[in-house]
Design a protein around this ligand. Structure first.
Ligand SMILES: Nc1nc2c(ncn2[C@@H]2O[C@H](COP(=O)(O)OP(=O)(O)OP(=O)(O)O)[C@@H](O)[C@H]2O)c(=O)[nH]1
Ligand SMILES: [Mg+2]
Length: 231
């Protein structure tokens, strides 16, 4: 390996944040993703209901480059297993309701409950978003105060009203999630390191390690046992 630190920096893998955008059909998930990833022009007549979206964007958040891996799903409640899988696969959640739909706000509670259930052992980064805030008199059903109140009630630290149409707070919402993710990731790696130093108890830590690491440990133990039996 080269001893040149700048070369080493160039080849270092970018941190990746896996974000799931969740919200009722029509709340604006696809529009939000297209705006954030491609700065796509807003087009109100172009509503194309989607089952899944997935995109990637390289971004600079607080001068630190990263990859934001984004998936979106409406994922109806009856598909519980799929919903649970999606939650497990992601670490950050952008929960979207539309300010002209009270039922889309009610969906958030339910989805939040599922996140809490699936992520009981870890801390999930969550940002609540009230989209279409450009709709002032045209059928607004949820006030900004009600959105903020729900965020406080669910203990979600991050709340924005957004508008794809007027480009309000779209980037801010994703960046806030990345920041929160970083805090959680740092906290996790620090607490793991200090536990390893203080306890040294492998069995206690095993359940927290990534699968690849567990497989590696398993391989080491098998090789050690094989060597011992040969001696
Ligand atoms: N006024 C306004 N309309 C918006 C905004 N964002 C999205 N829309 C419109 O809302 C409709 C639904 O947007 P989509 O982005 O397709 O919604 P979705 O959540 O992806 O919907 P599904 O794919 O069915 O789950 C479209 O007609 C959009 O143009 C916004 O900020 N303001
Ligand atoms: Mg869509």
């Amino acid at each position: 390996m080269s001893g040149n630190p700048s070369e080493h920096k160039k080849t270092k893998a970018l941190e990746c944040h896996r974000i799931l955008v969740f919200g009722q059909s029509g709340s604006g998930k696809t529009s939000i993703i297209n705006k954030f990833c491609y700065d796509a022009l807003f087009c109100s007549y172009n509503y194309d209901p989607t089952l899944d979206d997935s995109d990637r964007k390289q971004a600079n958040v607080d001068q630190l480059p990263c990859i934001i891996d984004i998936a979106a799903s409406t994922c109806p409640e009856e598909y519980t297993a799929l919903r649970e899988l999606l939650i497990r696969q992601h670490e950050g959640f952008l929960l979207v309701y539309s300010v002209d739909s009270r039922s889309s706000l009610d969906q958030i509670r339910l989805f939040h409950k599922h996140i809490q259930r699936e992520k009981a052992q870890t801390t999930a980064s969550i940002c609540l978003v009230g989209n279409k805030c450009d709709l002032v008199n045209e059928g607004r059903q949820v006030t900004p105060e009600e959105g903020a109140q729900l965020a406080a009630e669910l203990n979600i630290g991050c709340f924005y009203e957004t508008s794809v149409k007027n480009d309000i707070n779209i980037e801010e919402a994703f960046h806030a999630l990345v920041r929160e993710n970083r805090v959680h990731k740092d906290g996790k790696s620090q607490s793991m390191a200090s536990e390893m130093e203080t306890s040294g108890n492998e069995a206690q830590l095993e359940h927290r390690r990534p699968v690849i690491w567990q497989r590696f440990l398993h391989y080491c133990r098998r090789s050690k046992a094989a060597r011992a039996s040969r001696q």
